[in-house]
Ligand binder design. Structure first.
Ligand code: ZN
Length: 274
């Protein structure tokens, strides 16, 4: 295992879960990643969005509305780029929040078809599979649950910030907050919940890298993005020492119902060059 940590590039790597796809963890920053990384090509077809987005759309809208308001609250300007827009839940709430100059970018043609069908010409779409972003800078760039799906996330994010975000512009990231305790508990209950559910709970499918608060902070510092707001992660799990079966049952139930995810939202501002 010589590839090194894709988060901090410096840590020693250990295997934490083995199976058809190994889940690896960096001892230094706690970042997780999968090897081999799942292929995303087959994942983001119409069926993927049908299964993962449409049934949960209302729920996602509620969450997305909070995120759109957060942008307003911190004076995030336009144009806005939603990088990895998926089925367009977030852009829809941006429209509701009064934003008008919105770019929706995704690698999935099927996702963009859904966006175009739902939002028409009220947003602009960018097919990242066929072309690249327009040669322009945005006041605001958002990656809502997309960064962990991106191969070479650091390089992609770096280019977005350096080439496509104005000085002082806002970068908003929403991504799972991966805690050790969470994985340890999921592992504990693996025999009960089965491998398939376990894979889903531990984000082992369809994600390249999993961040935590430590390594995403390091990444943002490297990109000169200053954190101005971050949410407390919803603490669904008590500290492992105080764990009771009732707590865990509740947690797994909520996760199985897909009503709550250990998610962090971080709003940053690109620092001006001196
Ligand atoms: Zn690391």
């Amino acid at each position: 295992m010589s590839s090194g940590c894709p988060h901090c590039f410096a840590g020693e790597i250990e295997t934490v879960l083995s199976g058809s796809s190994r889940s690896l963890q960096c001892k230094r920053c706690g970042g997780r990643f999968n090897e081999p990384p799942g292929s995303t090509d087959s994942l983001y077809d119409a069926d993927y969005f049908e299964r993962n987005y449409n049934p949960r759309r209302e729920l996602q809208m509620l969450q997305a509305r909070d995120d759109a308001r957060l942008l307003r609250q911190y004076g995030a300007g336009e144009p806005i780029l939603d990088y990895g827009c998926g089925a367009g839940v977030f852009p829809e709430t941006l429209l509701a929040e009064g934003y008008r100059d919105i770019y929706c970018a995704d690698v999935s043609r099927d996702a963009l078809d859904i966006v175009e069908r739902r939002l028409g010409d009220r947003v602009k779409t960018v097919d990242l599979h066929r072309g690249s972003l327009p040669d322009m800078r945005f006041e605001t760039i958002c990656l809502m649950d997309s960064i962990s799906h991106i191969p070479r996330a650091e390089a992609v994010l770096g280019e977005l910030v350096s080439e496509h975000l104005v000085e002082g512009g806002v970068l908003l990231i929403r991504t799972p907050d991966v805690k050790d305790s969470y994985f340890r508990l999921a592992q504990l209950f693996r025999p009960l919940i089965g491998t398939r559910r376990f894979t889903k709970l531990t984000f082992a499918n369809a994600r390249y890298v999993l961040f935590n608060r430590t390594n995403i902070r390091w990444l943002l510092e490297r990109l000169r993005c200053e954190i101005v707001f971050e949410t407390e992660t919803q603490e669904l799990l008590p500290h492992p020492t105080s764990l009771s079966p009732v707590h865990l049952a509740r947690h797994l139930f909520l996760r199985a119902m897909q009503t709550q995810l250990p998610t962090m939202r971080i709003l940053t501002r690109k620092q001006e060059e001196h």
